[in-house]
Design a protein around this ligand. Structure first.
Ligand code: SAM
Length: 213
């Protein structure tokens, strides 16, 4: 099946209409085939305006949220990005399309290994995925130019802000399990400048600096 038209419609109706403007983000969203990141039974719905199940009671995020969070990261070429919550690997692929070196952590082994296989078969080699608790970051690979968290945290995990370079960006949902605020933090010397973007609903970030299981 060729879903090029469905992808173009997704970009026009879900992304551009809602204010996503960064040309490279839009190009990446046009190129990455979202249907390849979900089971075949969901291919017909892969370009809809919603999240979809990916197993282990987890979801691939809504395309708009992926585009918005990517845009907020303000990535330059070859930047080092830490992603918490690999899930299907779709967001990882979008980051890799932008030329980032992506270090991604997923707590479910089955999801991590499916995402790794998918990304390898699609030719994304600047991606490193490991199984573990991403709420404490990836100290051995720090610091990062940007950090993106694809799951809702109860508070801002201090380990993550510590693992940013100066001027580094952290984008994450923070709040209650049923509803969070998407926040962007920019590190300026010893402090972080925070902006609240919009309300959102993500699955829980489970871990030492997240929720209990
Ligand atoms: N952006 C992903 C995609 O494109 O498919 C979807 C992310 S999904 C909404 C959130 C993911 O975060 C889930 O796969 C979940 O298992 C993972 N997760 C939750 N807490 C985590 C943690 N502490 N460390 C790593 N992964 C975690």
């Amino acid at each position: 099946m060729d879903y090029t038209v469905a992808r173009q419609r997704m970009i026009a109706e879900q992304l551009v209409r809602r204010g996503i403007t960064h040309p490279r983000v839009l190009q990446a969203m046009a190129k990455v085939q979202r249907h390849l990141f979900v089971e075949e039974a969901f291919w017909g719905r892969a370009y809809g305006d919603y999240s979809l199940p990916i197993g282990e009671k987890q979801t691939i995020s809504q395309p708009f949220m992926v585009a918005l969070m990517t845009e907020l990261l303000d990535l330059g070429a070859h930047q080092r990005v830490l992603e918490i919550g690999t899930g299907s690997g779709y967001q990882t692929a979008i980051l890799a399309e932008l030329g980032a070196k992506v270090y991604s952590i997923e707590r479910h082994k089955a999801l991590a290994s499916r995402a790794r296989q998918r990304l390898e078969s699609l030719g994304y080699y600047q991606v490193w995925i490991r199984v573990g608790d991403g709420s404490v970051g990836w100290k051995d690979r720090a610091p990062f130019d940007a950090i993106i968290v694809g799951a809702g945290a109860p508070n801002i995990p201090m380990s993550l802000t510590e693992q940013l370079v100066d001027n580094g960006r952290l984008v994450l949902p923070v709040g209650q399990p049923s509803n969070q605020i998407l926040k962007k933090g920019t590190k300026r010397g010893p402090s972080i400048h925070w902006t609240d973007l919009r309300s959102c609903t993500f699955v829980k970030l489970i871990g030492r600096q997240g929720w209990d299981e």
